[in-house]
Design a protein around this ligand. Sequence first.
Ligand code: ADP
Ligand code: ASP
Ligand code: MG
Length: 814
Amino acid sequence: MKVLKFGGSSVGNAESFAKVVEVIQKAIEKDICIVVLSAMRGATDSLIEIGRLARNGDENFRERVKLIETEHFETVRALLPVAEQSSIISFLKKRLNELENICEGVFLLRELTPRTLDRIVSFGEILSSNILSAKLNSLKIENVWKDSRELVKTDSNFGFAGVNFPLTNSTIENYIQSSSSKLHILPGFIASDADGVTTTLGRGGSDYTAAILAAAVNADVLEIWTDVSGMMTADPRLVRTSRNIGRISYREAMELSHFGAKVIYPPTIQPVMNKKIPTWIKNTFAPDDFGTLIEAETPPEKESVRGISSIGRISVLSLEGSGMVGVPGFSKRLFDALSKASINVILITQSSSEHSICVAIEETYGKLAKDVVDAEFVYELSVGKIEPLKVENDLSILALVGENMKSHPGVSGKMFSALGHNGINIHAIAQGSSERNISTIIATKDVKKAINTLHEEFFSDGTKQINLFFAGTGTVGSKLIEQIRGQRDYLRRNLRLNLRVIGVGNSRKMIFDDEGVELENLPALLPDSSTMNLNEFVETILRKNLRNSIFVDATASAEVAGVYSTLLAKSVSVVACNKIACSAAYENYLQLKNLEREFNSTFLFETSVGAGLPVINTLNDLLRSGDEIRRIEAVLSGTLNFVFNNYDGSQSFASIVRQAQAAGYTEPDPRLDLSGIDVARKILILARESGFRLEIEDVEKTPFLPDSCFTGRVEDFYAEMERRENHFRELLENARSRNLSLKYIASFADGKARVSLQEISKEHDFANLSGKDNAILYYTNRYTEQPLVIKGAGAGADVTAAGVFADIIRAARI
Ligand code: ADP
Ligand code: ASP
Ligand code: MG
């Protein structure tokens, strides 16, 4: 004998009814079958709403009854030949009239008891199961419709009735023994109490009805037919990459469903587990898929975790107080109080000091729980032995489940570090002594991010999804986007990094796409997107709350640099070629460094000095391995190096600067390079990274440009340089006459940073530095005589973008 249950998701319309019939036809070829049916999709929710409307005196309840009628009638009309519709239509009509009459009563009295609500919702299963029976009749498939209320007997706890198993089992056995039918059709979810009054088994309870029947008749198998191909590693609506679990133990299935895997109603497992009845979860719409087999033992698997589930709308109650320590009975009284108020406890944790007990319950009972617990401890409260019950809302439980976890140490460590890394705060933790589950309580707003993070950690092939947000589409920004496009496949294959650009903004526009902005089409998409608003850009990043989020700043904007702290504090990593943040007030730099540490985010800015050259990373490697910086000598301006290398008097100084700007070597405003400010900022960053507390004012700057060049706009700057050509010619000739050349040099020694234009000889370390190159010499405790030298192109969109890209990958792999 076989029991098959079809959920509401399998009977949404006539087409899906037809699929159900196909499955049944196949099943009855081999077995006697008991079919349990849920209400049509959404019907139970609608019926509850109808009851509430009627109680609230809202006449719209009649409309809603009409809507239910229409849906069911339409299904019948599409399902049955016209000649065979009338008897089922008139049956349905009678039931719907009954429903309406009951609701009129509720409307008049403005009262809706749990008992009446059970009666109202029972119509869902009555209607659907009768439609199925009629359809089978019309196909000449002999079947008997049986009212479950005659078989499943319960107490009178309406809405969540407890089953009287001895009575139920014998009633079912008697019924089956006395019937010769090969196919029984029953409504799920509904039952009756000792007085024959309709009760229900809790939302999703049709699964339970099926399990009760399967256990009572000792079925060979129970099949739960739904709209997914089995139990999955996580709720497919939350985790797109979730996959099917082929085989799972009863206990694991029970834990997963207890913690929210809605595909099976939690109490369902107990009756079939006791009788060791194999239970399948199958997909009505893909019946050939394997599905999930739930059984006593499962074959060994290499994965430690079987599935991840979550339940929302949780409140956490904390009972705390010094008076609780060492005094027996506090927890008993707490749980008694909750139980008397019929409040179901989902999870418990107690600190080892016994100073506090934490329990998780459904959010709807939060207020009631506070009232009953505070009333229970009224005396202890009055003498200050305990504190009033604390109730926290907007929480969810997230559970990792797997029999195998006990033999795999480190699962919880991995879980907490993955969550911590993504800034997900854990309110409480519980681990069953069976080590079959580890549950945590987190904020509901973090659930999607957390469950995806953990799924990636425990189930993917190691591929990590990285969610990028770009600010700046100028020379560096657009090169970076081009490089990412070209390298994405390589990264996926070789580093198992799946880079997705979720948001892009520039000074005018911003665009977001959760599926990843189409980088190929960005130039066409951006102009049509919304107007840039930096606050909104940041808020969107935070609202999306995606795992492994990285903000990339390829601008030179102080305003953009101002948002790093907000992002880092929310565990969003920041990668910047913008050097403003690190060269502004020391306090600001320090704050960013501290936030990075505190919130497990990453702040990388390698390209702020020497473009793509490994300047800061090398410095950090030296320091981490115990070395100390004694002195730094550096040519840090690709622009100035280019300018002085090319200025030989044949063209004006201003025109050489223009060439540098045209080649993309200068800052967007070239005055920052020419004034030496840019170099000063860079040496400041190196000094700070070396562990010194310096401000920009502490960097000694000897200007080589006349002050008059710095008034007005960029064009005025060029014009003034042209006018002052003699000044530059003089600098050049002076050096040349002594066989020296000009270099703009930054140095840091004895805690003092300097930047100035210097005349150097042919033997100087920097003499052969050509084009836009940079060179950095680190003199350290280990590199005493010969410095550690880093040299190469120190400007240019391509190398800078490559350096930013490398930082992104570094941040992604932490
Ligand atoms: P039915 O109407 O058939 O009883 P339900 O809606 O109650 O169907 O349960 C099936 C749904 O459960 C799926 O559509 C899926 O969205 C959800 N679900 C949640 N967690 C899981 C999981 N771990 N595996 C499979 N489905 C899950
Ligand atoms: N129809 C009921 C509900 O929606 C029972 C079920 O579908 O299992 O909760
Ligand atoms: Mg269900």
